[in-house]
Design a protein around this ligand. Structure first.
Ligand code: ADP
Ligand code: MG
Length: 701
């Protein structure tokens, strides 16, 4: 670990700790000429350079003899240069430099393309260490565009574990490696470990961790070093959660109490009896609402488990207590459905509900705004429009957010401000359950209610996995279901992360299906359509005027069509398990036997196993756990998923890191408990600022 990393120059005035956060140009004047290159990578200060991490390593540490080189692998050898020749390029053919190499066991050659002036650094008789990818040319071994250095010279690029950094803007890997090595040499001694030895949970100190992450002696050393950086990141996350909880403890919310018989009266008005889990969730929520402390509760349960019904009871309780409520959904379609579904229910509970969305005519909007402000509306159901600046509640007591992971944190915060001097209670509904271990880590500041039990009488959806050869049969099945009066969804995946590409593929699929099934009425919805058109199509499908609806994932959290009995998902392996489970939840909502067909030609083991999980389970929590385990394997750096905070080093799919997260939470409690503003621990406060996920890039999915 102590091996010198520098072959790059190490001159200039010694920097001080303060220099770590000054612009490179000022902090390390002799590196000023590299400042522009670093800026292209987003590196402005020495500290940012220290935390600019490799995304993989090439292990060139083992020196092989030439007769032992394996084709198609990256390897190193110590060799003698026998001859060098330059072949001029012409036309579209680039110049080539070819070196003949030998050692005691045999010979090989090396080739470089283009004008790279390598010939100036090579001469016959020179002994070099060469590292790079080896291929077989006839029966000769050839290094293609390898790195090399004189054998008597310690190199950053050869005969060691070599870091490979993410690059952009024409920055060269070698140049960056050298500059980072210099910065490491000069600045690592200046960095203060924010954690005291007893706080590190047995992990490396920060200096060793950073040195090792950049220039490991051995690739096996990387993992413990990354663990230390992951711990810091998780600690930052936990510090934020603990501080947030403390700040909220100082806030007061309206006390929305309800007498037991009044609650019983509300529940009796419902057209069905609550399930045991729903009842338990209602009790937990009602207990929270009666406190002066603002509720922050997550209600999780599968699609159709009856979360909205629970929310309706909570809203009725708030209204009974003399306050207003809001119910917000991520899309206009969902909000309209909520309104259509909840308004009668709420009316039965004596609640005056109004629908509000940005698409309403201005005059109507103004009228509703006025009614909300005057307190003539009890519950507003709508989209983001509900939290737009123009809406002022008279007394907002409870805000319910459906599919909370689709809302940015910033938006949630803005809603809170609508409560005037008192903070409204918040209830977030989610059908994307996250495993308990994760929930504690990510939502450490939320209380959680869970509905696992489905309302009685639901038929489980039968799930099948098919490949494309079965397509004709599947199409015949869609036709048969249509003949029986049922309807089908056909979902095409998001292509290249782009709605535009996906829309095109959905359009192509509609054309294909119309050709195959000319007697069926087939509609199309995708995210590139005007929302009014999309809604019209969805409404027509919901009204039974279409047999098949082809869609991109825009329908994921979408509509409720009890008559739909088939969910066909194409290229199913491209979806996350949670997403597939959500999509499947679109069917089986009525009395009909329903089917989910996962079409997939993937034959890799992991893809098959993931789809099998879905076939084998209808329990969203079980599926989430399995997804966690299947993904956990082989993750070096963090993974992003909707609803989870973006982490750079830590992976919430990594069981080791989940354990670290627990320890980080304990430490965060201890640190913030002793010193809420972290005034005595400026380095820890900095860590919290530097490492904490930024809210804007949060969880808008
Ligand atoms: P979620 O919001 O979890 O997707 P909903 O609250 O919208 O679920 O409920 C789904 C459907 O089940 C709705 O039609 C609702 O009226 C009905 N439902 C909810 N709870 C029950 C229950 N306890 N018994 C029977 N039906 C119920
Ligand atoms: Mg719902």
């Amino acid at each position: 670990m102590s091996r010198a990393v520098s072959e790059a120059p190490s001159i200039g005035a010694p920097a001080t700790g303060d220099d770590l956060d000054r612009p490179i140009r000022g902090a390390l004047p002799d590196l000023a000429r590299h400042a522009a290159m670093l800026r292209r990578l987003g590196i402005e200060t020495p500290r940012q350079a220290l935390f600019y991490l490799p995304f993989r390593y090439d292990d060139f540490s083992e020196l092989r003899t030439l007769d032992d080189l394996q084709p198609d692998e990256k390897q190193s050898a110590r060799v003698l240069v026998d001859a060098v020749r330059v072949e001029k390029g012409f036309g579209r053919k680039p110049q080539r430099v070819i070196a003949q190499l030998s050692d005691a066991t045999g010979s090989a050659e090396a080739v470089w393309f283009g004008r790279r002036y390598v010939e100036a650094r090579l001469r016959p008789g020179l002994e070099i260490v060469i590292s790079g990818k080896v291929s077989e040319r006839g029966w000769r071994r050839q290094f293609t565009s390898p790195d090399f250095s004189p054998a008597d010279h310690d190199s950053l690029h050869t005969a060691r574990v070599v870091p490979v950094y993410p690059l952009s803007g024409g920055v060269s890997q070698k140049r960056l490696r050298e500059v980072l090595a210099t910065i490491l040499d000069r600045c690592l001694p200046l960095i203060a470990d924010p954690l005291q030895p007893d706080e590190r949970s047995g992990l490396l100190n920060l200096t060793d961790a950073l040195r090792t992450v950049h220039f490991p002696e051995d690739e096996a050393d990387v993992r413990p070093a990354l663990d230390r950086l992951a711990f810091d990141e998780l600690l930052a996350l936990q510090l934020g959660l603990v501080q947030g909880r403390l700040a909220r403890a100082a806030l007061r919310a309206p006390v929305l109490g309800v007498a037991p018989d009044a609650l019983a009266g509300i529940v009796e008005q419902l057209p069905f009896a609550l399930t045991g889990d729903q009842r338990a969730a209602v009790d937990e929520i009602v207990a929270d609402l009666a406190l002066e402390q603002p509720m922050r509760r997550l209600l999780q349960g599968d699609v159709g488990s009856g979360k909205t019904a629970v929310a309706a009871v909570a809203l009725a309780v708030a209204v009974r207590a003399g306050w207003q409520g809001a119910l917000m959904a991520p899309t206009e379609i969902l909000a309209r459905q909520h309104h259509a579904g909840q308004a009668p229910l709420l009316a039965a509970l004596g609640v005056r509900a109004a629908f509000l969305s940005g698409s309403l005519p201005a005059a109507e909007k103004r009228q509703i705004h006025a009614a909300i402000e005057a307190g003539e509306v009890d519950v507003v159901i709508g989209t983001h429009a509900v939290i737009s600046e123009a809406v002022t509640f008279r007394r907002l007591g409870l805000a319910v957010v459906d599919e909370q992971h689709r809302f940015g944190v910033g938006q949630r915060a803005r809603l809170q401000a609508k409560g005037a001097e008192l903070e409204p209670h918040m209830l977030a509904l989610t059908a994307t359950p996250i495993p308990r271990t994760l929930a504690l880590t990510v939502y450490g500041d939320l209380s959680i209610s869970t509905i696992r039990e489905l309302p009685p009488g639901r038929q489980p959806v039968r799930t099948e996995i098919r490949d494309r050869r079965a397509l004709p049969k599947v199409e015949a099945f869609l036709a048969a279901e249509a003949a029986a009066g049922r309807q089908s969804f056909v979902v095409v995946p998001l292509v290249n992360e782009s709605e535009a590409f996906s829309a095109a593929s959905a359009e192509a699929e509609v054309e294909r299906l119309r050709g195959r099934l000319p007697e069926l009425r087939i509609g199309l919805v995708h995210g590139q359509q005007r929302s009014a058109d999309r809604e019209q199509t969805m409404a027509a499908f919901a009204a039974g005027e279409m047999d098949v609806l082809v869609a991109t994932t825009v329908i994921e959290v979408g509509i409720d069509v009890p008559n739909a009995s088939v969910m066909l998902i194409e290229d199913a392996e491209r979806f996350g398990l949670a997403q597939l489970h959500q999509l499947r939840g679109r069917v089986g909502r009525g009395p009909h036997r329903s089917f989910c067909i996962l079409l997939s030609d993937a034959n890799d083991e992991l893809a098959r196993r993931r789809l099998e999980v879905l076939r084998g389970s209808t329990d969203g929590f079980e599926i989430a756990e399995a997804d966690l385990q299947l993904r956990g394997a082989g993750n070096l750096l963090g993974t992003r998923q909707a609803g989870l905070p973006p982490l750079r080093v830590a992976s919430l799919f990594e069981p080791r890191h989940l354990k670290l997260a627990e320890r980080a939470r304990e430490l965060a409690d201890r640190l913030v408990g002793a010193d809420p503003e972290l005034r005595q621990r400026p380095d820890v406060a900095r860590l919290r600022r530097d490492f904490a996920p930024r809210e804007e890039e949060g969880d808008a999915a």
